[in-house]
Design a binder for this molecule. Structure first.
Ligand code: ZN
Length: 331
């Protein structure tokens, strides 16, 4: 394999050499990292949950208007995320973090998969929070419960998750069936879930144990909210410590702030940029890639283990061991 004269390289060996000689490395991750784990991110125009555009539920106003409805959406997402398993891409970053003390992962994912893959926590920065932190909706209260993986989070949300599972199964069956049957199934499922049947009285939702008045809410960053200030300053401190050798942009367009800003910032500190993305139409930052940078198109769960092998060892085997451990726990 020869590298191209101009523009980014796609040579794994060349990348391995750069990684081996790097000390300060940053991974910036988005939905593409978790794609192989089978998670729907509910982003974009197709992001529907029941009859709702998912993005309209991810705001403080939506929670104020109908906290029960918003909780049901997040209860379902917690449930789905817990059914999913971390993939070899998550494990690749874990192993890299273990071998490189000055490596950090910035993730926009709220699915908890990096945490469940045992990513060293000091080296994991959650830009959009996580589905598994529970906060108080009262802005003057700082109550947070971290890493609550109960499913359902609260008994009142349980029965509705079962309903979502039934809908998902019906959709799956319909997807692999004839158009006639799809139409029948859709009318059947919508008529069985009329609006209003899922309404939960806010008084029955979990309340804050600290201030006693605020409703508890999922610890994710909603549209219209700022990113977590303490996390941002931790990242700034890391950046300010000096030269950055490499930034890996994994499964995200990196065209949206602050992701785009971090690519620029790292490059200004001397970093090469490596983009790993499945969707070539969505490469974003890749458009500005230069000679000396890297571009790998494909599934992050397949590519990352290859990319980090020279530093992190045999990730595939580590991942298999991890999955066996999970099965042991479930027995
Ligand atoms: Zn509170």
């Amino acid at each position: 394999m020869t590298s191209t004269l101009f523009g980014p390289s796609s040579d794994v060996e060349e990348f391995s050499k750069v990684l081996q000689s790097s000390r300060r490395v940053l991974a910036l991750c988005g939905a593409g990292l978790s794609a192989a784990s089978g998670l729907d991110t509910f982003r974009g125009a197709g992001g529907m949950w029941r009859n709702h555009q998912a993005t309209t539920l991810a705001t403080p106003d939506a929670f104020r208007a109908d906290p029960g409805l918003v909780w049901l959406f997040y209860s379902y997402r917690r449930h789905r995320a817990l059914q999913a398993r971390p993939n070899a891409g998550h494990v690749a970053l874990v192993k890299l973090a273990e071998r490189m003390p000055d490596f950090i992962t910035l993730t926009q994912n709220v699915d908890g998969l990096s945490q469940r893959a045992n990513h060293p926590r000091e080296q994991l920065k959650l830009l959009h929070g996580t589905l598994f932190d529970i906060k108080c909706f009262n802005s003057s209260c700082n109550y947070v419960e971290q890493d609550n993986y109960n499913d359902p989070y609260h008994p009142i949300l349980a029965i509705h998750s079962a309903e979502d599972d039934r809908l998902a199964a019906a959709k799956k069956a319909a997807d692999s069936s004839t158009p006639d049957r799809i139409a029948n199934m859709e009318s059947a499922t919508t008529s069985q879930t009329p609006e209003g049947t899922t309404r939960i009285d806010p008084a029955d939702l979990p309340h804050c144990p600290k201030c006693k008045t605020g409703l508890l809410r999922p610890g994710v960053v909603w549209f219209g909210e700022g990113l977590p200030a303490d996390t941002l300053s931790e990242i700034d401190e890391w950046m300010d410590r000096g030269k950055v050798d490499l930034i890996m942009v994994i499964g995200t367009t990196a065209t949206v702030w602050p992701a785009a800003g971090y690519v620029e910032d790292a490059r200004a500190r001397g970093a090469r940029v490596c983009v790993v993305n499945m969707d070539s139409a969505e490469l974003g930052a890749a458009g500005q890639l230069q000679t000396g940078d890297f571009l790998f198109e494909g599934d992050a769960s397949k590519i990352l283990p290859e990319l980090v092998k020279s530093v992190a060892g045999d990730v595939e085997s580590e991942w298999q061991r991890y999955l066996l451990g999970l099965e042991g726990d479930e027995r």
